[in-house]
Design a protein around this ligand. Structure first.
Ligand SMILES: [Zn+2]
Ligand SMILES: [Zn+2]
Length: 125
């Protein structure tokens, strides 16, 4: 990468990096972005409101636990805060222990939020 060696005075590299990052993020968070535009920024369970900095804690829950199912009208989405999202999946597991790992089907490898990293271990014991 020649660009990395040549530091330009105009800060072009910063621009390029920022743009690449932006593109990557928009790919990874497409459904989240859409859901956040579609719904009021409020947790569907506890009613907590979100904006700016704490937006990270507002997550998109897929009602059928299939994160590939993203109808444009948002009918499969629900905005939940991380705490309520945890509870939602925990309940699912308890209500229907036969169900084939609903968590795995919803887990998005590009998305850092992994509420069940510990929960799975707890349940195994
Ligand atoms: Zn909540
Ligand atoms: Zn969920």
């Amino acid at each position: 990468m020649r660009l990395l060696k040549k530091k330009t005075k105009t800060g072009n590299l910063d621009k390029i990096v920022a743009e690449a990052k932006r593109l990557q993020e928009s790919r990874e968070n497409t459904y989240r972005d859409r859901a956040l535009k579609l719904f009021p920024l409020v947790c569907g369970r506890c009613g907590r409101e979100f904006s700016g900095k704490n937006m990270k804690e507002l997550t998109v829950h897929h009602k059928d636990h299939n994160h590939d199912n993203n109808p444009p009208d948002g009918s499969n989405w629900e905005l939940l805060c991380t705490a309520c999202h945890d509870r939602e999946h925990f309940q699912q597991l308890r209500d229907d222990p036969e169900v084939e790992s609903p968590i795995d089907s919803e887990r998005d490898p590009n998305y850092a939020y992994k509420p069940f990293a510990n929960l799975n271990n707890l349940l195994k014991e």
